[in-house]
Design a protein around this ligand. Structure first.
Ligand SMILES: *Cc1c(COP(=O)(O)O)cnc(C)c1O
Length: 333
């Protein structure tokens, strides 16, 4: 597809690796061949999926003359870490509004991404209660900054608008090209599904290049139906932006809501097992909030025999490992 009509920075340094996971495949019974796309190795401090989205969002901000970025996320947000990271690199100020989705979970001195926000030089961090209108909170911040003579630009949570999701259409196309080069036929792709830009963008890109590989999203916060609607809405908008002929059908969006557990960012036994299996057998670090739960879903589907024997299944690793250091007790138990 043609992305040159959009403002875009140059954050990628080429395709992220696609690797085989033979040891993990064996441990899970050897009937399914597991592969992984290493978006955890994307550039930007400690890597992860938001770099692909920010390549477009920050470019849009800069084209509009912004000197300041405002964004929001949870208290251990990878998106906030990467927004702070790329803002620092571009010479833009960065302000964060953090949503305390789990009461009492924000600790100024916490490790993980929280520690990195400060290290990466964010100007202000404002913490608001779970359920707050995050867009309204960011608008408030923008008014304050405008009054002080700045030119702020708001990036929504997870950079999950049509601009950010374009980064994952790029990823789908990149993946299909790599698989062709590798002469590797993948039967199914599994991705985490959170603020939805990753999942929506992947489906749009796959449709746009006629890649014909089914994509399943593993929810990290919402029930199946609710998430599918959110992903579909964003996919439709993104497909329009990219002029994908025919758009995206509702049935192209498939989510699993079974691996969320008690709620967003709250650990599950299956997540802990998945993180340990990936670390022990493939030396790959997942995270407790997104890739760990998505991998728990992948592992469960493999064990249940949902993928036919000898299928090749690709897991999209969206990053997030800094959050591990905020969950030491969960893994040492
Ligand atoms: C944000 C995030 C996701 C989810 O991506 P969305 O585009 O928000 O659905 C998955 N994994 C990690 C590590 C993330 O930070």
């Amino acid at each position: 597809m043609n992305y040159t009509q959009f403002p875009r920075r140059n954050y990628l340094q080429g395709p992220t690796p696609i690797e085989e996971m033979p040891a993990l495949s064996r441990v899970l019974g050897g009937e399914v061949n597991l592969y992984i796309k290493r978006d955890d190795l994307l550039p930007g401090s400690a890597g992860g999926n938001k770099t692909r989205k920010l390549e477009f969002c920050i470019a849009d901000a800069m084209e509009k003359g912004a000197d300041t970025i405002i964004t929001c996320g949870a208290v251990q947000s990878n998106h906030c870490r990467l927004t702070a990271s790329w803002s620092a690199k571009e010479g833009l100020d960065c302000h964060l509004v953090l949503e305390e989705r789990v009461k009492g979970s924000y600790k100024k001195e916490a490790s993980g991404n929280n520690f990195l926000f400060e290290l990466l030089g964010v100007k202000t961090i404002e913490v608001v209660p779970g359920g707050s209108d995050m867009m309204a909170e960011m608008e408030k911040k923008a008014q304050e900054l405008k009054a002080a003579g700045r030119s702020p630009y708001i990036i929504p949570g997870g950079a999950s608008n049509a601009i950010g999701a374009t980064g994952y259409a790029v990823c789908a196309e990149e993946t299909v090209n790599q698989l062709n080069d590798m002469r590797l036929s993948i039967d199914h792709i599994v991705v985490p599904s959170g603020s939805a830009g990753t999942h929506a963008g992947m489906v749009v890109g796959m449709t746009g290049v006629n890649g014909n590989i089914p994509i399943s999203g593993m929810n990290v916060s919402r029930p199946k139906d609710v998430q599918e609607e959110i992903v579909h809405k964003l996919a439709v908008k993104t497909a329009e932006r990219l002029h994908v002929k025919g758009g995206v059908e509702r049935q192209d969006i498939v989510c699993y809501g079974d691996y969320v557990g008690p709620g967003y960012s709250l650990p599950t036994d299956a997540m802990v097992e998945a993180v340990k299996l990936f670390a022990n057998h493939e030396a790959i670090l997942l995270d407790p909030v997104y890739s760990g739960k998505a991998a728990a879903g992948l592992i469960d589907l493999v064990r249940k025999g949902v993928f036919p024997k000898d299928s090749n299944v690709l897991f999209l690793h969206t990053g997030g490992s800094p959050a591990l250091y905020a969950y030491l007790d969960t893994f040492r138990k």
